[in-house]
Design a protein around this ligand. Structure first.
Ligand code: NI
Length: 135
């Protein structure tokens, strides 16, 4: 674990009361942990908007009976092989597949991959969850 720094923060009463309600609702054990998460989320958001390196997961469901869809999705994934770390495929039922694609790369490449997959006919739903590629 890296060195820990402490600092004081001054807040209006109404703001700290609202923050404490948030902490309780989210079941944080301390204000420090809640503030750490807020800082991390903001830094990841900044990395994302500035095109920095991110890691994350694309989760999608699709109808594998759609003509040529499986081949199209595979071709797209081969085109993005430098961005994709791994994939997990689950046969949900007779018609539907769930795919979880772990990604790492620039936010623009990751977004380009997610968008390219999402617009294919037969892809039912796609979500992208982003985390930091470092720290
Ligand atoms: Ni399947």
């Amino acid at each position: 674990m890296s060195e820990v720094y402490r600092f004081g923060v001054s807040l209006e009463k109404i703001l700290i009361e609202a923050f404490d309600r948030h902490i309780e609702a989210q079941r944080y054990k301390s204000r420090s942990e809640a503030i750490r998460d807020l800082i991390r989320e903001e830094l990841i958001r900044k990395q994302w908007t500035e095109g920095g390196a991110v890691a994350g997961a694309i989760v999608m469901t699709y109808d594998h009976h759609k003509r040529e869809l499986v081949n199209v999705l595979l071709d797209i994934q081969h085109d993005f092989q430098e961005t994709i770390i791994s994939t997990q495929h689950v046969h949900l039922d007779h018609h539907h597949c769930l795919e979880i694609i772990a990604v790492k790369g620039s936010s623009s490449e990751v977004e380009n991959l997610a968008t390219t997959l999402k617009v294919q006919v037969g892809v039912k739903h796609l979500s992208l969850s982003i985390s930091s590629a470092s720290e």
